[in-house]
Design a binder for this molecule. Structure first.
Ligand SMILES: NC(=O)c1ccc[n+]([C@@H]2O[C@H](COP(=O)([O-])OP(=O)(O)OC[C@H]3O[C@@H](n4cnc5c(N)ncnc54)[C@H](OP(=O)(O)O)[C@@H]3O)[C@@H](O)[C@H]2O)c1
Length: 387
């Protein structure tokens, strides 16, 4: 593809965008042609100054001005790049023009969304066009949903390819969220009806696997003795992504199931967590309470380097298949930002430079990048272990 840039990072001025830019400044291979994009040139120039402190050659890094509300400016970005990374969220508010432009231009796309409604609408509106142009549209390339999608992919690899496999995933973490993540979550909680409608619209279009069975396990709160923890069902986008990979890849076997949980040590914490999420959902329903909630955490803010240095995550998968039991663990540092920036940037580098199976349209990280991304994440310090 004759394009000016290998990678353009849209949203480089945001909290996660800046961390992603810093990761690329440190780890993109020499000769990578990349650029920053955003709606405010002065803010972009300030980010570039930070990057120049990491690598003085980046004083000349190109800056592209684009606003999600101006589709022509977004199309210009998409047609100049081989891969677009976007951290412009909430995605339900700002994301669609970027997906549309990439699908049309045949440009590969990665984002950080954890918003199922956005992903389902993007599928309904842009998957078919992306299949025609060859664009790979890969959503959820951050903590949502790489550790789960690649973690289950890695777990499945521990089994023969012809046995039924049942997997349960348990997420444990200690971390602080950014204003951007908080705003995206509150926005998603305020749209439960359109979320359900988008899921129905998608189901009508999407083909199911033939001759194989893939299903989500019915999940309920429970005590998990081997983890010495309480497990609560986690209705995030992650199990949807895992099941999509399972439908796309025969390697997941003739009968595959997945159940997704968050795990905490103390019952009191479990009750507090359930109550906190319930209260956020309730407050998100009406405009005045929603605005009050959003004002608690301004967009652009995020955890300090010290807070991030103390943060960690561990996802444990307990799997069973063909009479064999496997336990795998995916581990890393600050899930939401440092590790998310790493996962997102490595996904973009993987699409840009690695030899990958042929795919097009809306595809999951495991389907589009599987082994190559796994190798990259291990080399970048994310732990994948099995026993
Ligand atoms: N699922 C995960 O694992 C995960 C982890 C981290 C983040 N996220 C998601 O990533 C997104 C970003 O999070 P964040 O904390 O980095 O948010 P943030 O700091 O608020 O950054 C948002 C970015 O979007 C830009 N933006 C907003 N409206 C725009 C428009 N109309 N045109 C162009 N750019 C626009 C902002 O530009 P200005 O600087 O000019 O305002 C900023 O660069 C959120 O949706 C969050 O939920 C997901």
């Amino acid at each position: 593809m004759a394009r000016e840039y290998d990678i353009v990072l849209f949203g480089a001025t945001g909290f996660t965008g800046t961390l992603t830019a810093e990761y690329l400044a440190r780890h993109a291979p020499a000769g990578t042609r990349w650029a920053l994009a955003g709606r405010n040139r002065d803010k972009l120039a300030a980010v570039r100054d930070r990057l120049a402190a990491i690598d003085p050659a980046l004083t000349k890094l190109p800056l592209l001005t684009a606003d999600a509300t101006d589709p022509a400016s977004v199309r210009a970005v998409a047609s100049a790049a081989r891969v677009v990374i976007t951290t412009v969220g909430p995605y339900i508010a700002h994301g669609e023009p970027v997906v549309a432009a990439c699908a049309e231009a045949g440009t590969d796309y990665v984002d950080l969304t954890g918003e199922p409604e956005f992903v389902d609408r993007a599928y309904v509106r842009h998957h078919a066009r992306a299949v025609e142009t060859g664009a790979r549209l890969v959503h959820s390339c951050g903590f949502d949903s790489i550790p789960y999608d690649l973690g289950v992919y890695y777990t499945v690899r521990q089994f023969p390819d012809d046995v039924p496999i049942a997997v349960e995933g348990f997420m444990q973490a200690s971390a602080t969220v950014s204003g951007g993540t908080f705003h995206s979550a509150v926005t998603a909680f305020s749209r439960l009806r359109s979320l359900a409608q988008a899921a129905r619209d998608r189901r009508r279009l999407e083909a199911r696997p033939v001759g194989r069975q893939v299903r989500g396990t019915a999940v309920r709160p429970k005590r998990v003795a081997v983890l010495d923890a309480w497990a609560l069902p986690a209705p995030t986008i992650d199990p949807q992504v895992v099941l999509r990979s399972a439908r796309a890849l025969d390697r997941y076997g003739p009968r595959f199931s997945y159940g997704h949980y968050v795990a905490v040590k103390r019952l009191r914490t479990a009750l507090g967590l359930a109550g906190g999420v319930g209260a956020m959902i309730a407050l998100a329903q009406l405009r005045p309470t929603r605005e009050w909630l959003l004002a608690r955490k301004p967009a652009g803010d995020g955890p300090t380097p010290e807070q991030r240095a103390r943060s960690w995550f561990k996802v444990t998968f307990l799997a069973e298949g063909g009479g064999k039991r496997v336990r795998t663990e995916i581990t890393g540092g600050d899930p939401g930002y440092d590790e998310t920036a790493k996962m997102l940037a490595e996904s973009a580098l993987c699409l840009a430079f690695d030899d990958l199976p042929p795919t097009a349209g809306q595809v999951t990280p495991a389907t589009a990048m599987g082994d190559a991304l796994l190798d990259r994440l291990v080399a970048a310090g994310i732990g994948f272990t099995s026993r």
